[in-house]
Design a protein around this ligand. Structure first.
Ligand SMILES: Cc1cc2nc3c(=O)[nH]c(=O)nc-3n(C[C@H](O)[C@H](O)[C@H](O)COP(=O)(O)OP(=O)(O)OC[C@H]3O[C@@H](n4cnc5c(N)ncnc54)[C@H](O)[C@@H]3O)c2cc1C
Length: 305
């Protein structure tokens, strides 16, 4: 029996756990990955927008708070497979058969990148299908590449890659790019980038490595191919809510709805960080939400005592 079970050890979950320790709550953090940090493990750009901390990338940022985690007194289980959660009963069942009971549950499971579900998307991971423009651009120096998507992340990566690649094809299914205006404007003067709107990639092609993408334009009868050596997919994100769907209220995009105390519609069940924050998914808001949820839980438990 714990006071609080926290699901996810990204910035939100870790912040909640540190605050639980500070407030004298007995917390257990369950993380499915082998390491803590969540999305920060995939951040290869500089982090310069968190108060008082600058880091060369997400790994360096994690290093900064790792010592706080090892100094704190809470249980952290990594590599954990959760089978199901009964939010009303506050019971988490693990695939190992173990059951964890607590008074409060904090969901901090974050978001993941959307995938296209097209042929080639799985097969070419690491063989031309890249994870990050910032991290992988050097391996594509002088090559033709394509970026799929039309939001900030897609355009930012297209601009980044245009600095080193021969050509960048930006392929977007919508009529207009959704990226911030200043970024889209930069594209207009960038002769290295060709934008294909109202177009979808239907296949990623190649023998051992990526050689081309197959594209279908809206209203087009036949797909055409663009020869590329690299592909980057940035078509948005979706919240990790599979474990709690049907038990808590979600908004129309699938994010968990909470009140200003970060509590869901189920009493003593809280959701913090990106999984409940489609508007401002940032490290600072995730960390702040962790603090708020822990304080609210501590106040409630103290009132009961
Ligand atoms: C490329 C990139 C660049 C970014 N740059 C910045 C930046 O410069 N500044 C900034 O403020 N933010 C930035 N962000 C956003 C920032 O990383 C996120 O806002 C932050 O990580 C959200 O923290 P979180 O804890 O809510 O979620 P996450 O970081 O997504 O962590 C969620 C954790 O929950 C775990 N989990 C999920 N499902 C389960 C389950 N079923 N069981 C157990 N564990 C589970 C995951 O494995 C993960 O560890 C960037 C993000 C990316 C991808």
């Amino acid at each position: 029996m714990h006071d609080v079970t926290i699901i996810g050890a990204g910035p939100a979950g870790v912040s909640a756990a540190l605050w639980c320790d500070e407030l004298g709550l007995d917390a257990l953090v369950l993380e499915q990955a082998e390491i803590i940090g969540g999305q920060l493990n995939r951040v290869h750009n500089r982090i310069e927008n968190y108060l008082g901390v600058k880091a060369a990338n997400g790994a360096e940022f994690i290093e900064r708070f790792s010592s706080d985690v090892s100094d704190a007194d809470f249980d952290l289980w990594t590599n954990v497979a959760i089978d199901s959660i009964d939010l009303n009963a506050k019971r988490v069942s693990l695939r190992s058969g173990e059951q964890i009971q607590s008074i409060a549950i904090v969901i901090a499971t974050g978001i993941r990148r959307r995938t296209l579900g097209i042929p080639g998307e799985q097969e070419f991971v690491g063989r031309g299908l890249i994870e990050s423009g910032a991290r992988d651009r050097d391996q594509l120096k002088g090559q033709d590449v394509c970026v799929i998507g039309g939001g900030d992340a897609a355009v930012e990566n297209a601009l980044l890659l245009s600095g080193v690649c021969a050509t960048v094809s930006l392929i977007h299914r919508g009529k207009r790019l959704r990226a911030r205006r200043e970024m889209s404007e930069q594209l207009q003067t960038n002769h290295c980038v060709t934008v294909f709107t109202e177009s979808v990639v239907t296949r990623i092609l190649g023998e051992r490595e990526v050689e081309a993408v197959e594209v279908l334009r809206k209203g087009g009868l036949k797909p055409f191919q663009i020869a590329v050596k690299g592909v980057l997919i940035r078509i948005g994100v979706e919240p990790n809510t599979e474990l709690v769907r049907g038990q808590v209220d979600l908004n129309e995009q699938g994010y968990i709805i909470t009140n200003s105390e970060h509590e869901t519609n189920v009493p003593m069940v809280f959701a913090i960080g990106d999984v409940s924050n489609p508007l401002a998914p940032t490290i600072s808001s995730a960390v702040g939400a962790g603090a708020t949820a822990a304080k609210v839980i501590a106040t409630r438990l103290n009132a009961r005592a």
